[in-house]
Design a protein around this ligand. Structure first.
Ligand code: GCW
Length: 668
């Protein structure tokens, strides 16, 4: 009896220990051992990548014996793969080792999320699926909320952290095949011989996982690094400098991907400083890269010198350049016309530049969505984009990384889902956000239905909830100055650009609220194709989720619900808060189904999220009430703060998260 009791205690303790020993560091790759299926490689060409594919399966595959073979196949893209199941065997083929590696992760994903393992042919929708790190060489991360940069530049190239390999593996497991290592606000130092050797060391680690390295470059690098008197893209010395630099890079990294450039934006140098166009700047770099098969990703996130509506500026600057870019230039456009707001209509540049390769830039890091404190699953937002912009009009997909040195990589345990979903959608934008959440939850937390179903629903609702408690009905950019964490619709920084002020965007006044971008206002609606222009231009047909983005309306404007605009606004803010209260309850109910460590972590972050949601609601409603002069409907939760109190809040946000010494007067 005593013995049995002892055994029971031991089993219970080991169970508890197992449940608690989860710090999120294994991400969604938590396959348990006891595999033992036979894995046969039927290829004469050995490669590190092929070995990895076989090794991953040997470690964790529990199904029928697998044969991996490299085969040419007209139906497959270079990294596509074919799986044929039958006669008690799984036959996997691909033209490349990378394709086989993806197939291995595909099989393991199905196994770990308990899906049917069936014959299939998979090709990625885009050949380039790239993470953009906004990591600085001092290891701070612009808009990073998960610790320091992963890249330990000081110890590179000799000291290689184990995490570099884990990072590459995680990316490969969701099909991400490129990484831009450094911030688009780029230090010229990244192109120095010393740093290129460090970059080479990382590229060597990533290569077997099918990941290419790219760099963000500062357009004035020739001046900063080698004291050239100019960085004019048409100057021969400048052209020669870049050619030589590119040769140096490829001598170290033969499969180097290319450059990402933020030019003439927020204080960054660019071709316009020398009277040249964005196309002339991009083409000069593209010519230097061409013979090495490198590409230029040229960002369209610019401010035009005119005082045109901020939402129109990228279009005004880039549309006239359509057709003027070299074939190896891809113009990288943020998903929306302003700047990664909780909800934006798509950028009208998509669809408007038919003779230019375009790629979308999503923001995985939650600069405007509660940093790493709020649980916001971003796949539904990205799906909205793909619903309006046909995936076939894009050449590639980029996502601003949310990865850092934190043990769990992303800060919030659920922020991992956004890294995961980015990769999955870049591979196949037609996957549903629900299916992605489902497979992520099963691999990351638990396969139990009682866990997966309610938490899957919570994830599905989380983006809309955040939009509701922050900026419903098309409101945008009413964030606190600089760090963009809490609300500051009253913000007024003397000397700052008017289009960095919340009042520029919400335009609240006694008669109403919203930005008139219709034909009676800034005419931004005219940048969209006719059918959408008509839809957005008219307040009675404009989807309510974009209403105040496109229209300035009276507080008494009648909404589809029958409520006035003021009442609807109050209801939306309140419903966002109520949803977070529900998320807390839903989370607490699954306590017994997962490990204590991650349970408590999420529980505590949800408390913060609720406090913040109330803060947002009170701040925005009390502030807008000063204009509407209407009562907050009596059936919604009452404010618990005083407006004057809220106006005094100053957050102790670190330099990491809010890097801006560039904050004031950073024109163009
Ligand atoms: O959203 C703004 C951010 C900046 C960022 C910039 C950009 C890297 O606040 O931190 O700089 O966009 O995308 O270039």
């Amino acid at each position: 009896m005593k013995h049995r009791l002892y055994l029971l205690i031991c089993i219970t303790l080991s169970f508890i220990n197992q449940m608690a020993a989860e710090n999120g560091s294994r991400l969604w790759l938590r396959q348990s051992g006891e595999a033992g299926a036979s894995v046969e490689v039927s290829s004469r060409r050995a490669s590190a990548t092929l070995n990895l594919a076989a090794e991953e399966l040997r470690q964790a595959w529990k199904g029928n014996p697998v044969t991996l073979s490299i085969e040419r196949d007209k139906a497959l893209a270079a990294d596509g793969f074919k799986i044929v199941c039958g006669e008690g065997r799984v036959r996997v083929s691909s033209p490349t080792g990378t394709g086989l590696l993806y197939a291995a992760y595909h099989l393991l994903r199905l196994q770990e999320s308990e899906q049917v393992i069936a014959s299939t042919t998979e090709n990625p929708a885009y050949t380039l699926r790239i993470l953009n790190h906004w990591d600085n060489i001092d290891r701070t991360v612009e808009r990073g909320y998960a610790g320091q940069s992963l890249w330990d530049w000081e110890r590179l190239p000799h000291n290689l952290s184990e995490r570099y390999k884990e990072y590459a593996r995680a990316n490969a497991s969701v099909g991400i095949n490129g990484t831009v290592l450094n911030n688009v606000n780029a230090s010229p130092v990244i192109l120095s011989a010393e740093y290129l050797n460090k970059v080479k060391a990382l590229a060597d680690v990533f290569r077997p996982y099918g990941i290419r390295v790219y760099l963000s470059v500062n357009f004035a690098s020739p001046m900063a690094l080698d004291s050239l008197p100019t960085a004019d893209p048409l100057d021969k010395r400048v052209v020669g400098w870049w050619k030589k630099k590119v040769r140096e890079i490829y001598s170290l990294i033969p499969d180097f991907g290319g450059f990402l450039v933020k030019a003439n934006s927020e204080g960054q140098p660019g071709p316009c400083d020398f009277g040249r166009t964005h196309a002339e700047g991009a083409n000069m770099l593209a010519d230097a890269l061409k013979s090495h098969k490198g590409i230029v990703m040229w960002r369209a996130f610019v401010y035009s010198p005119s005082d045109a509506d901020r939402a129109k500026q990228a279009y005004l600057e880039f549309k006239p350049l359509d057709g003027r870019f070299r074939p190896n230039v891809i113009v990288q456009v943020k998903n929306g016309p302003v700047d990664f707001q909780p909800r934006e209509p798509y950028s009208p540049l998509f669809g408007a530049m038919r003779h230019t390769s375009l790629m979308v830039e999503f923001q995985i890091t939650q600069e405007y969505l509660g940093h790493s404190n709020h649980l916001v699953y971003l796949a539904p937002m990205w799906k909205e984009f793909f619903g309006l912009v046909p995936p076939s009009t894009l050449k590639a997909v980029a996502g601003v990384s949310n990865i850092g040195s934190d043990a769990n990589w992303c800060g919030h345990p659920f922020a991992q889902a956004n890294w995961y979903a980015f990769g999955r959608l870049a591979w196949n934008p037609s996957l549903s956000s629900e299916a992605i959440a489902d497979e992520w939850l099963r691999q990351t937390f638990s396969k139990e239905k009682e866990f997966v179903e309610p938490i899957g629903r919570l994830m599905a609702e989380s983006h809309e909830a955040a939009v509701d408690y922050m900026m419903p009905l098309g409101l945008h950019h009413i964030f606190a100055w600089g760090h963009h964490y809490g609300p500051e619709p009253w913000c007024n920084v003397p000397g700052a650009r008017p289009d960095w002020m919340p009042s520029y965007y919400h335009r609240a006044e006694e008669s109403g609220i919203g930005f008139d971008r219709s034909h009676t206002g800034s005419r931004a609606t005219a940048q969209y194709p006719d059918s959408l222009c008509r839809l957005y231009d008219n307040p009675s047909t404009c989807p309510e989720q974009y209403l105040l983005w496109f229209h300035h309306l009276s507080w008494s404007h009648r909404m589809k619900s029958g409520r006035t605009l003021w009442d609807e606004l109050c209801h939306r803010y309140d419903s966002g808060v109520q949803q977070v209260r529900e998320f807390q309850k839903t989370w607490d109910r699954v306590e017994s189904l997962i490990d204590a460590e991650r349970f408590r972590d999420v529980q505590s972050r949800l408390k913060t999220q609720l406090r913040d949601a109330i803060w947002w609601k009170d701040a925005c409603l009390l502030y807008f009430q000063e204009f509407s002069k209407l009562a907050i409907p009596y059936n919604i939760e009452r404010p618990i703060h005083e407006l004057e109190e809220l106006k005094k809040i100053v957050l102790p946000i670190s330099n990491f998260e809010c890097p801006d010494s560039r904050l004031l007067n950073r024109n163009r």
